[in-house]
Design a protein around this ligand. Structure first.
Ligand code: PLP
Length: 371
């Protein structure tokens, strides 16, 4: 059998996102020995093992393996929402609102209520109380039927206690609570609460294997038996029923076993980076609770073009809005290269090397910190 050669991951010097990790040799080996049942017929053992494991971890009855986090969120909305008029409340920066191609409007016919968190970090029950449309029997509003939280959002943790308060509010008004937990793994390893604790407070939870855990493909949506049954049905209607999913479910299981236990190291690196940048006078626009660092490039009087040039020279990449995401395949030399990039640019600026004014890109999430 020809042997697979694994060069160092091309993601080793790439801080743009935790989605760009590549499958590890162990993941590929697990794929080669996975079961090959047909998941639309519900005959794949590996996929069912993954669904059972994830739903148990999140304290729910059933799980559904789906190709992406976007599909997972969209199925959750489609199942929770019955018929218009209705609306979904979420943070204005939420993936659901910003990066899902308007799916909530086209697939569920719902209005989105995009709320700005007053604390500049995460939604609180007070923010939600102020914004929610409670069904009062009148005809003017589209009542809030779902609150969709995202944890982490921008790497920032919504504390368990806040989710408890939101849960109470939602229950009182008959509103469903969905959690977009693409990076809920990071919340758990940061010690803010267990997956079970967060999961049990919500009617549905979506988690991704292709972010911090480093699997190539896949997300899981969990909820009650009834909820998951309907989600499976809707999944089929939008072409999300897949056949030999054991291949990708096996990689996700390996990611859970092997990468998840190492995830907290990415938080340590992110904090170390933020400290280095602070020492150079480059501040963060959001607290570094987990693996993400959002830099206020403009506030530091720097321009992305200067940084990009210095970074390219060292073969290191990061996000264009000053976003840095640490993932499990980051090489220690890349961490040093990124620090050196910023040190050099700050030094050159101080020496008057750069011509032209300051300004340039606004920090991540449209300068959230300036709220
Ligand atoms: C990445 C992400 C998603 C969607 O993931 P895809 O698999 O890329 O569709 C959903 N929610 C959040 C918070 C994400 O970061």
């Amino acid at each position: 059998m020809p042997s697979l050669v694994f060069p160092p991951s091309p993601a080793a010097f790439d801080f743009r996102s935790d989605t760009i990790t590549t499958p590890t040799p162990d993941m590929v080996e697990a794929m080669a020995t996975a079961s090959f049942g047909d998941d639309v017929f519900r005959e794949d053992a590996t996929t069912q093992a993954l669904e059972a494991r994830i739903s148990a971890m999140l304290s729910h009855k059933a799980g559904l393996f789906v190709p992406s986090g976007t599909m997972s969120n969209q199925l959750a909305m489609r199942v929770h929402l019955l018929q218009p008029p209705h609306s979904v409340l979420c943070d204005f920066r939420a993936h659901l609102a910003q990066y899902e191609a308007g799916g909530v409007a086209s697939l569920s016919g719902a209005m989105l209520q995009r709320v700005v968190p007053q604390n500049g970090r995460y939604l609180t029950v007070e923010d939600i109380q102020k914004a929610a449309f409670i069904d009062d029997g009148g005809v003017h509003s589209a009542p809030t039927r779902v609150i969709s939280l995202e944890n982490t959002l921008g790497g920032v943790i919504t504390p368990l206690e806040e989710v408890r308060r939101i849960r109470e509010f939602a229950r009182k008004h008959g509103i469903k609570l969905h959690l977009d937990g693409a990076r809920l793994w990071n919340v758990a390893v940061a010690g803010a609460g267990t997956l079970e604790e967060y999961g049990s407070l919500c009617d549905s939870v979506s988690v991704c294997f292709s972010k911090g855990l480093g699997a190539p493909i896949g997300s899981c949506l969990v909820g009650s038996e009834e909820f998951t049954k309907r989600a499976r049905w809707v999944r089929q209607s939008i072409g999300g029923g897949m056949r030999q999913t054991g291949l990708i479910a096996a990689a996700a299981l390996t990611a859970l076993d092997q990468v998840y236990p190492k995830l907290s190291a990415t938080h340590d690196i992110a904090k170390d980076l933020a400290q280095h940048f602070a020492g150079l006078g480059v501040k963060t626009t959001l607290p570094v609770d987990t693996s993400m660092v959002f830099l206020d490039i403009q506030g530091a009087g720097l321009q992305m073009s200067w940084l990009k040039e210095a970074a390219t020279k060292r073969g290191v990449r990061f996000g264009s809005a000053g976003r840095i995401v640490v993932h499990h395949q980051i090489d220690p030399r890349a961490v040093q290269a990124l620090k050196d990039t910023f040190s050099e640019v700050v030094d050159l600026k101080a020496k008057g090397f750069y011509k032209g004014g300051d300004g340039g890109d606004v920090g991540g999430y449209g300068g959230m910190a300036r709220l």
